[in-house]
Design a protein around this ligand. Structure first.
Ligand SMILES: [Ca+2]
Ligand SMILES: [Ca+2]
Ligand SMILES: [Ca+2]
Length: 82
């Protein structure tokens, strides 16, 4: 019996496409990384949900209260700002 598409690597709704439309994706998640890299979005990849980080690390910007380079050190605590 067809059932709503879920992220499992199978064609649950029997339309010939497997895991189409990023089933169960789009929710917020924690990547386990530090700083701005911590925020992620769930995506269905290869039959399982993975947490894809929203923001890639960049050079530390001093004074924006964010850990831009994701090393766990924010602004003036980061040696990049000293
Ligand atoms: Ca599926
Ligand atoms: Ca910063
Ligand atoms: Ca930093």
């Amino acid at each position: 019996m067809p059932s709503p598409e879920v992220c499992d690597g199978l064609d649950n709704d029997c339309d010939g496409s497997v895991d189409e439309g990023d089933p169960e994706g789009s929710g917020p998640c924690d990547t386990g990384l530090q700083g701005v890299c911590a925020e992620g979005t769930l995506h269905c990849q290869g039959g399982s949900l993975v947490c894809v980080q929203d923001v890639m690390p960049s050079a530390e910007i001093c004074g924006d209260a964010l850990d831009n380079d994701c090393d766990g050190l924010t602004d003036w605590d980061d040696p990049d700002c000293q």
